[in-house]
Ligand binder design. Sequence first.
Ligand SMILES: [Fe+2]
Length: 255
Amino acid sequence: MGVITVDKDNLLHTSIPNHQVTEGRVSEDIVKDLLKMCDNMYEDPNSEPWDANLAGVMRPPAKQLLIDIENPLFNNFKGIILNAAGNYIDNYLRTLQEIGQGPTNDSQTGEYEGDLNYKISLTTSWTVHQYKNDYNPIHNHTIPGWESGISGFIHLRVPAGCYEISNSDAPDGLTMFNWGVNPKNFVNEFKFSPLGSIIPEVGVFYMFPMWLNHQVYPFKGPGQRLSISWNLGVEWGDGIDLIYPPAMFKRLQVE
Ligand SMILES: [Fe+2]
């Protein structure tokens, strides 16, 4: 039911994973299309502000705008994220099998008869045009009407005041995932770190379960930190209800 190691003293150790984050990179042409779309939206006084639905603490000239997902400049990217979400789910289901939590009707053979199909819908996507001192406090995503969802973001502009470019030790402009408490003391508690930092890079996107808490630190200095976020609703086939993870600890085989 996890990452299993047998050591030299024949003790069996099981480390149990928590969730999956998936990363991908788009072409420069896709980045150009998205930049053009975002800049057009930023300049257009008729663009729909999406701030009321979001956690971000953004002050003018910052903007958070609802994307028309039928926009031709968004089209190729939409295909990429829908495809990536399919890969996300396939890999998740495969990993469930590998760690012994996979669906099975027959504990002897490990066989499964059930509908594990799924449907993915892009429900919402929005821009985040962030400037110095703006930030996104810790939050997660919900999709009204959907129990299961995958969220994601891609960075399109990363100003010089952000971590790594600025050579600062401070987490300026970083995106941080958080799936636990007491992060500084995880070794004292024999846990694995419940924090994961993302150094924003133009053209790199991430996908994660919608419940996963995340935040964006503010940055200093000039320029716009630009990203697009989205939510994908997932509708499972009937078979998913049959999944009952056996969650059995593996027995050490004594010879
Ligand atoms: Fe978010």
